[in-house]
Design a protein around this ligand. Structure first.
Ligand code: G4P
Length: 288
């Protein structure tokens, strides 16, 4: 069986680059939303060039699905003088209360300058960017709440206006900048596919599940042993044989008595995506 390469269309990226380039002069801060389970693969490093030195908030979303201790390591790694990292969860709203205070904190010099110029009331403008499926729409919907309509109905603001109020003196652009992942190596595509950010209809699900088993048996062996009641020695068992044992333990047989490994592969991937296996982070900050 051949592993298939995952490709994106460069045209999408060019459109986002244009959008960000056009709006950048209006924006005070870029909020980059990433997937806390794969903080490396869910970013596009080119963003740094496009937004240059604009202050940044990195939202590690889906932290309800990620390993909390690794999320904390990422927060520590990503924080620097121009960047604040915040773990959030769009399902419950956890971490959302830190967003507006962080925007104001990171922009305190700008706020001071505006006050000095007698423009204390000027709103701060935030643009949200991120690759598909990280939760941009979920974030915007939750943070906007009912305020979204209010801004659109303001006198002198046309319906097509793309800014809405998210807190006192802070507005956000309605249209997120859709970034595209950077497939520098196979791992990036695989991790996106594990997390459901790349459609697996174009992928071989058995190979994908075996690749996920390969990673989990090193990173979180006990979670798969416990959930699937595995008896085999994970370290010394072939990934296909592990997939077969998973299917056997779930009673997934086809006529003739063989294990239906394709069905088990689908179930395994689905259970990973639904956090049934556990809260898992596939990528740790690299030591450098
Ligand atoms: P996007 O605009 O960046 O493409 O992402 P979107 O908000 O559409 O979110 C993609 C999927 O991720 C959605 O699930 C959404 O519910 C889910 N999601 C977003 N944020 C979180 C989070 O913090 N935690 C969890 N657990 N899930 C999150 P879906 O299956 O595509 O849709 P649905 O189940 O919500 O209908």
């Amino acid at each position: 069986m051949q592993r298939q390469n995952i490709q994106w269309f460069p045209g999408h990226m060019a459109k986002t680059r244009r959008l960000i380039g056009e709006k950048l002069p209006l924006i005070d801060l870029v909020a980059e939303i990433i997937d806390a389970r794969i903080p490396y693969s869910s970013r596009n490093p080119e963003l740094n060039e496009w937004v240059k030195s604009k202050p940044r908030i990195i939202l590690l979303n889906k932290c309800d699905m990620a390993d909390e201790s690794v999320t904390n390591e990422w927060v520590e790694r990503l924080n620097d003088k121009n960047t604040v990292a915040i773990p959030i969860d769009c399902k419950t709203g956890s971490g959302f209360n830190k967003f507006i205070p962080s925007v104001k904190n990171i922009l305190q010099d700008r706020i001071k300058k505006l006050e000095e110029k007698g423009m204390a009331g000027k709103t701060l403008k935030v643009m949200i960017v991120g690759i598909p499926n990280v939760g941009k729409s979920s974030f915007i919907n939750r943070i906007a709440g009912t305020n979204r309509a209010k801004v659109e109905n303001r006198p002198g603001v046309t319906r097509g206006n793309q800014w809405f109020m998210i807190g006192k003196g802070v507005e956000m652009m309605d249209t997120p900048g859709v970034l595209w992942p950077k497939f520098e190596d196979n791992t990036v595509g695989e991790h996106l596919a594990f997390c459901g950010s790349v459609k697996d209809t174009v992928l071989d699900v058995e190979l994908l599940a075996m690749d996920l088993i390969k990673e989990l048996k090193v990173l979180y062996p006990q979670m798969i042993i416990d959930r699937y009641k595995l008896k085999c020695d994970l370290e010394n068992t072939d990934d296909y044989d592990i997939l077969t044992e998973l299917g056997k333990n779930r009673g997934m047989k086809i006529s003739g008595g063989d294990v239906d490994t394709e069905r088990m592969a689908n179930t395994f991937l689905e259970e990973f995506r639904n956090t049934k296996i556990g809260r898992i982070t596939l990528e740790k900050p690299l030591n450098n």
